[in-house]
Design a protein around this ligand. Structure first.
Ligand code: HAM
Length: 436
């Protein structure tokens, strides 16, 4: 197959044997969001580039190097969304959703970042995100972390730990920033090119450097913690006290700065060691300045997002559900057979009637019929428990007879049954433990 007819690097199909796990995860996420009073919102996948530049920050890795940006036919600069928070705030402002009111929203969908693909890091990936607006108190920050912890329990994920930090207020960061630049400038000879280029633009990101030489400089750098105001400190102490009271173990990581510029005060990441290098499965924090920065009234806000590919990988390792999901695929519970070509219309009608009567079951009609032997082979491959066979018409009516397709199943009555009775018999005898 020619290369252009392959999926793009870092962008993957979810195949039929994987989609049951995705559906189960999405159902669990939606149920948890609902349990905490969040409402779903769906935003477009493409937005004006300016939204992400202003929202995420001009000198972040995402905006500088990772966005899928293109001009549309009108010459407008558009971008495939690299995350959901900026779009969510834009939608809230556009539709007046957070005007003088608290609002809790969740979303789920594909995001796009042109990163170097590796296990757990993709160019199209999926996030489940929640955003809460209009609440200043530390109880919101902690409720968000509790929500993630509840999800880990629901999903059977155990090897995960919580790291938190505070970035303080905008004023604290500004004061720290100027002292930090001064310090780093005085050690410029020990920095690498990337760090030097960040010196005047975004010195906080230098703290993320993986270069050991740069890390040695950072280790002695003035810490943001020394610039926090009394209120910031009290706020962070309250976050920690509430987490402790709620019984959620955590560690404070002063190096946690996050790759997006909109955060202030509490930031957090849930990290696992079970996935190798890409171990962050959930990340978020407060972003009290973003709504005003995107043109709204100053509005406190906080949220998080989780990477679904990483969760699926973790769940695959952790749960039995995976074994079930990867068992031979079952695509029918009941299948309609019609060995005589003349019975084609009846077969279609029979399948419709069964779908109506058995809304929870998968009902298939054998397509491209063939003889009885051939149809039984297909019935077997579908995994169906029972077949409804349409046979010789008596006085213009078809005859419905039932067949059990697996040895352990109850034998249906031998007599031909009218459709309603056949459906009722099936509803009583289809096995509830048949894998979905
Ligand atoms: P983020 O840290 O950029 O934050 O991404 C959140 C999560 O998305 C990561 O922890 C990871 O699980 C997943 N993720 C990110 N990039 C990739 C990738 N290339 N491949 C696979 N998974 C990935 C945000 O996006 C913020 N909007 C979170 C937030 C919401 N903060 C406040 N509200």
């Amino acid at each position: 197959m020619s290369k252009t007819l392959h999926s793009l690097r870092g962008m993957h199909d979810a195949l039929p044997d994987q989609t049951p796990a995705w559906l189960a995860l999405e159902a669990s996420l939606a149920a948890t969001a609902r349990a905490y009073g969040y409402q779903q919102i769906r935003m477009p996948i493409v937005e004006h580039t300016a939204l992400f530049k202003r929202g995420i920050g001009e000198v972040t890795d995402i905006v500088e190097k990772e966005m899928y940006t293109f001009e549309d036919r009108n010459g407008d600069s558009l971008t495939l969304r690299p995350e959901g928070t900026a779009s969510c705030v834009r939608a809230c402002l556009e539709h007046g959703l957070i005007h003088n009111q608290q609002r809790k929203l969740w979303y789920l969908g594909p995001m796009f970042r042109h990163e170097r693909p590796q296990k757990g890091r993709y160019r199209q990936f999926h996030q489940f995100g929640v955003e809460a607006f209009g609440v200043t108190g530390a109880e919101l920050d902690v409720e968000l972390m509790l929500m993630a912890a509840r999800l880990w329990r629901a999903l059977g994920i155990t090897e995960v730990s919580l790291q938190i930090n505070t970035l303080g207020s905008a004023e604290a960061r500004a004061a720290h920033r100027s002292v930090l630049i001064e310090y780093l400038q005085s050690h410029a000879d020990r920095l690498d090119d990337e760090a030097r280029s960040r010196l005047t633009t975004n010195p906080l990101r230098i703290l993320d450097s993986k270069n050991p030489e740069v890390q040695a400089v950072i280790a002695q750098a003035p810490a943001l913690a020394d610039f926090l105001s009394e209120e910031d400190r009290a706020n962070f102490a309250e976050v920690q006290a509430l987490l402790t009271a709620a019984g959620v173990p955590f560690s404070v990581n002063p190096r946690l700065v996050r790759g997006l510029d909109y955060y202030n005060r509490t930031v957090f990441e849930w990290v696992t060691t079970a996935l190798g290098a890409q171990g962050t499965i959930c990340a978020g924090g407060r972003y009290d300045g973003l709504v005003a920065q995107l043109g709204g009234k100053p509005t406190p806000a906080a949220g998080f997002a989780m990477g679904l590919e990483r969760l699926i990988e973790l769940m695959a390792a952790a749960t039995e559900a995976h074994a079930e999901a990867s068992a031979p695929e079952i695509t029918a519970d009941v299948i309609v057979l019609w060995p005589e070509p003349a019975h084609k219309p009846w077969a279609l009608i029979a399948a419709e009637a069964l779908r109506l009567a058995l809304p929870e079951q998968r009902v298939q009609c054998v397509l491209d019929g063939g003889g009885l032997k051939n149809q039984l082979k297909r019935a077997d491959r579908s995994g169906a428990q029972f077949a409804v066979q349409i046979d010789t018409e008596t006085a213009g009516e078809p005859r419905w007879s039932l067949r059990a397709l697996r040895p352990a199943l109850p034998q249906p009555p031998e007599l031909a049954l009218p459709p309603a009775e056949a459906a009722q018999w099936l509803s009583q005898h289809l096995s509830p433990i048949h894998p979905k």
